[in-house]
Design a protein around this ligand. Structure first.
Ligand code: ASP
Length: 436
């Protein structure tokens, strides 16, 4: 019998997870059972994904850069990538601002709800603000300084240092290009093999993905706050979801169609498992290995491009996050009765773009950086408490957009570089047989 396509398997896993979570909420002791015996399985799944992120970036990026043969190719691809990432982020912020100004959700929240939310989530908001203040206090060039590791082994000990690892891998790759071919061959072959092994490990982890997302979503359901707070924030959440929906359903498919002539269904079929995983894990970094595998094997993008464009995208290109930050900033201002001028909105475009670049690819990071956007337009940071209750579901949605944006850009860059071919789609059954 033919195996169900992976995205269907994951989707079923998600549905069963939500159902299981809901059922457990009705049973005495069910919540504890999920926390003690089901959630850990989800945590193991995320850990496995994170575990291979650094080896994957190192191996694939070093190999990818080394294969470029000359450095001018690298700078041309680099410029196109960064340029496109910036454009898509600006589009996302603009869409977010348009939706939020049109719907004005800040007016829909009642005074008692506002007070209740501020009181209930003040503590949580304070923790995020504390983290953000540390970032804000750093000098203007601190982000650049932070990109350069002083010890590569130190850098590889934390997934938060992904940009440092990327920096080292590019630098090392350039070194390989500059030495004679006969000297560089062994090291290229070595990283090529490591890359193959890591990709195989991703295949194995993906076999567990339907069960992994089941556990993650069941835990999320039993731990989510009561539905009343969701209702007070319905219009705000709707604005974010509308904007994100536009990006996923209209903007990216259009971009892919116009620049690469590939159909939306081809694009979605290829990328959907990564999207569902992004939704379930709320982390572009944890999803990165799968994004790379899907874009390479199912969307036909050459390794040379994916190995460069996707790790950088996972860390700096967050269209969903920037859109959410723009909507949240205007919503919080509105709910606190602060009028924003046109120039305030322009400041949001700039700061949300920068804040999304600075956001780590982990759950909840976008909210920390939102503090900087709020500060830039004079909105009290404590307003963060207003949106806390619905942040996790919105984080899941924006992470999906972040990952989709990276995939769309990599297809366009690949096409411009003449590196977009037919997918070298390894049949899913084939993976099963080999893995089994
Ligand atoms: N969770 C998001 C990501 O990993 C970042 C955010 O919080 O917006 O892409």
């Amino acid at each position: 019998m033919k195996k169900l396509a992976l995205h269907w398997q994951i989707l079923i896993g998600m549905l069963v997870g939500v159902l299981l979570g809901w059922l457990m909420l009705q049973i005495n002791g069910g919540t504890e059972f999920v926390k003690d015996y089901i959630k850990p399985l989800g945590t193991i799944f995320i850990r496995l994904l994170k575990l291979i992120a650094i080896p994957l970036i190192l191996a694939s990026l070093i190999k990818g850069i080394a294969d470029l043969k000359d450095i001018s190719k690298l700078s041309s691809m680099g410029l196109k990538t960064i340029g496109l990432y910036l454009v898509t982020t600006l589009v996302a912020v603009t869409i977010g601002l348009s939706v939020v100004n049109l719907i004005n959700p800040g007016d829909t929240i009642s005074e008692p709800d506002r007070k209740e939310l501020m009181a209930q989530f003040a503590g949580d908001a304070d923790k995020k603000i504390e983290v953000a203040i540390k970032t804000k206090d750093a000098g203007p060039l601190q982000a650049l300084v932070d990109m350069v590791p002083e010890n590569i082994f130190g850098a590889t000990t934390s997934n938060r240092n992904m940009l440092q690892v990327i920096f080292f891998a590019i630098f090392f790759g350039i070194g390989i290009i500059l030495i004679p071919e006969e000297k560089s061959k062994p090291i290229k072959d070595f990283f090529d093999s490591v890359n193959e092994v890591v990709l195989k490990m991703i295949d194995l982890i993906m076999l567990a993905s339907p069960y992994g997302v089941l556990a993650l979503l069941a835990a999320l359901v039993v731990e989510s706050p009561s539905s009343e707070v969701f209702f007070a924030l319905l219009w705000y959440a709707l604005c974010v979801v509308l904007g994100l929906g536009f990006m996923i359903l209209v903007f990216y498919p259009m971009m892919v169609k116009i620049f690469t002539k590939r159909s939306p269904s081809f694009f979605f079929k290829g990328i959907s498992p990564a999207q569902l995983l992004a939704f379930s894990t709320s982390s572009s970094a944890a999803t990165l290995p799968v994004t790379m595998e899907r874009v390479e094997e199912h969307l036909g993008v050459d390794k040379e491009v994916t190995s460069f464009v996707l790790p950088i995208g996972a860390t700096i290109n967050m269209d969903g996050t920037s859109l959410y930050q723009a909507v949240a900033a205007v919503f919080i201002a509105g709910a606190l009765g602060i009028d924003l001028s046109f120039s305030d909105q322009l400041i949001i475009v700039m700061t949300a773009t920068l804040a999304s670049i600075g956001s780590a690819a982990v759950p909840g990071a976008g909210m920390v950086m939102l503090v900087i956007v709020l500060g830039s337009i004079g909105v009290p940071e404590a307003g963060l408490a207003l949106i806390f209750a619905v942040d996790r579901p919105l984080d899941m949605c924006r992470t999906m957009v972040n990952v989709t944006g990276d995939a769309a850009v990599s297809m366009v860059v690949a096409n411009w570089e003449g590196k977009l071919g037919e997918p070298n789609q390894k049949d899913w059954d084939d993976h099963y047989q080999k893995a089994g």
